[in-house]
Design a protein around this ligand. Structure first.
Ligand SMILES: *Cc1c(COP(=O)(O)O)cnc(C)c1O
Length: 222
């Protein structure tokens, strides 16, 4: 299946009344689909797997902003550090330290989002709300000059229960507002990445500033 141009324009139109950015999630999709998306005007893409991202990046050489949205292992940070725009799935302090270390080596400040575990499912990675708040107060953060914590990322439960999704997104929005005040650079703490193909409308109404859309734009994945 190719890039869904009509869907793309309709989502972009919906976004006009919100201050939110669209990340096109291209994981497991071929280069040709990404090219079509670029030709249509899309610049920000999300990928979940380091190997796949590194391979794709080599095709585009700086024309694309890459967001890493998957679970990142510490030993793979160096493979994406030089070119990544935003690491969205930071789920441990150890990983944050590793990103800072790699950033230092290449003299780059790497933007990060802390992933928060809001869903019911046990398997999802991320910090609890309490862990986010205590992490933001770690004195070590002051010295970590090669990372910038830009905000939070979360996934809601896999459910069609609108009121549950609303409840989860709203609690993340509340945590986001509190965390912003606790952040070392409140003005730079401006990104709440919530909302996927099935739930982005609810996420936008709950305060999302960044939606991550895969299957609606590129078709179902195998
Ligand atoms: C795959 C993925 C998406 C996109 O999901 P769709 O339901 O296809 O829109 C968004 N965020 C994360 C973290 C993902 O892994």
């Amino acid at each position: 299946m190719a890039f869904q141009i009509a869907e793309y324009h309709s989502i972009k139109k919906e976004l006009e009344s919100y201050q939110a950015q669209l990340i096109a999630v291209s994981k497991k999709k071929p280069i040709e689909d990404i090219l079509e998306a670029i030709d249509t005007g899309q610049k920000n893409f999300g990928e979940n797997y380091v190997q796949e991202l590194v391979e794709k990046e080599s095709h585009f050489k700086g024309n694309v902003n890459w967001h890493f949205i998957g679970h990142l292992q510490s030993n793979k940070v160096k493979m994406i550090a030089p070119f990544v725009t935003l690491i969205q799935g930071v789920d441990s302090f150890k990983l944050l330290q590793e990103i800072n270390k790699e950033g230092k080596k290449i003299d780059k400040v790497i933007d990060c989002l802390l992933q928060v575990h809001i869903a019911q499912e046990e398997t999802k990675f991320g910090f609890s709300e309490e862990e986010v708040e205590s992490l933001l107060l770690f004195p070590e953060l002051v010295e970590m000059e090669n990372i910038k914590i830009k905000g939070l990322m979360g996934m809601a439960s896999f459910s069609s229960d609108t009121s549950l999704l609303k409840k989860e997104f709203s609690s993340l929005k509340k945590l986001f507002d509190n965390s912003k005040l606790m952040s070392l650079e409140p003005d730079a703490f401006d990104t709440l990445s919530i909302g996927m193909s099935s739930d982005y409308k609810i996420a936008l109404d709950c305060g999302s500033t960044m939606i991550r859309i895969g299957s609606t734009l590129f078709g179902e994945r195998n």
